[in-house]
Design a protein around this ligand. Structure first.
Ligand SMILES: [Zn+2]
Length: 280
């Protein structure tokens, strides 16, 4: 651990809390189809405009003692918690994914363009998970927007190639459509949301087919484990709708960072060596 590890680590955490502050707005406004840019944030109780120094992630909530400075109405702890957790998530991404890439010498400067977009994509897992859990939707602005951007940046040399991006989008969305059709035949009702399908197309375009496939397999296991825990805790009833989006995000994250180890073990169980699979 050198100086720059701490330096970039601290920057990652702070950048994450700033994004978390923005995600608080996105999580609240996007499902209501409101603009995420205007108007600026104000107190829902008295309309007091939030000043810049009342908008500093985590710290403002602490020095305002969780109260609006205009009317003293309480400000939910949810805001600083989302900011803190988003900061931690950003630090995690830096430590386990971006660190090694950033410190690899002999790179052209333009590799930072797809890297920055990959970072934003991964950070968006936070609002996607929260919005899907609360509203059962994954906004098209993320999924279709991300798919288009992912395909476009694949033409920047050094990262995911165009072949991988297009194959990734087709394989990711294709497998989920197939699973959805099979599920429909068994359950006699819609089994896979189009939001999930579009999102997997986006992940495939952004990270390539390996991560798309890994996201589905790891996400399915995580979803199964999550549902069993929820059933045991009686937080969920049998046959209740399961938001799959957060699990697909967890799957994509694990596939990106530890994909080869996890997929290798997974396919190894049925005697397949992943080195033989052409698309991984
Ligand atoms: Zn107020």
């Amino acid at each position: 651990m050198g100086f720059f590890d701490y330096y970039f680590g601290a920057i990652s955490f702070i950048l994450g809390t700033v994004l978390g502050s923005f995600f608080n707005v996105v999580i609240y406004r996007m499902p209501l189809e409101k603009s995420i840019v205007t108007p600026p944030s104000s107190c829902p109780n008295c309309g007091h405009m939030i000043t810049w120094y009342e908008n500093i992630p985590i710290l403002s909530w602490l020095f305002l003692r969780a109260k609006c400075s205009g009317c003293h109405a309480p400000i939910s702890a949810r805001y600083p918690i989302v900011e803190f957790l988003t900061g931690l998530f950003s630090l995690f991404l830096y430590a386990f994914y971006f660190h090694d890439i950033l410190f690899t010498p002999t790179q052209e400067w333009w590799i930072f363009v797809p890297l920055a977009i990959q970072y934003v994509t991964l950070m968006l897992f936070v609002p996607i998970a929260v919005i899907d859990i609360e509203h059962f939707i994954i906004p098209n602005e993320f999924t279709i927007g991300g798919l288009v951007i992912g395909l476009a940046i694949s033409f920047i040399p050094g990262g995911v190639t165009p072949q991988m991006a297009f194959a990734g989008a087709a394989i990711g969305a294709g497998i989920l459509i197939l699973f959805g059709k099979i599920g429909e035949l068994i359950l006699k009702k819609e089994a896979m949301g189009w939001g999930d399908i579009k999102m997997l197309g986006w992940f495939g375009a952004m990270f390539g087919p390996g991560v798309a496939v890994g996201s589905i397999f790891i996400g399915a296991f995580a979803g199964l484990a999550g549902s069993l825990i929820m059933l045991l805790l009686k937080k969920m009833k049998k046959g209740e709708y399961l938001p799959f989006g957060p699990y697909l995000c967890i799957g994509a994250l694990l596939a990106l960072i530890w994909g080869h180890e996890i997929l290798g073990a997974y396919f190894g169980l049925v005697g397949i060596n992943i080195a033989d699979l052409p698309f991984l």
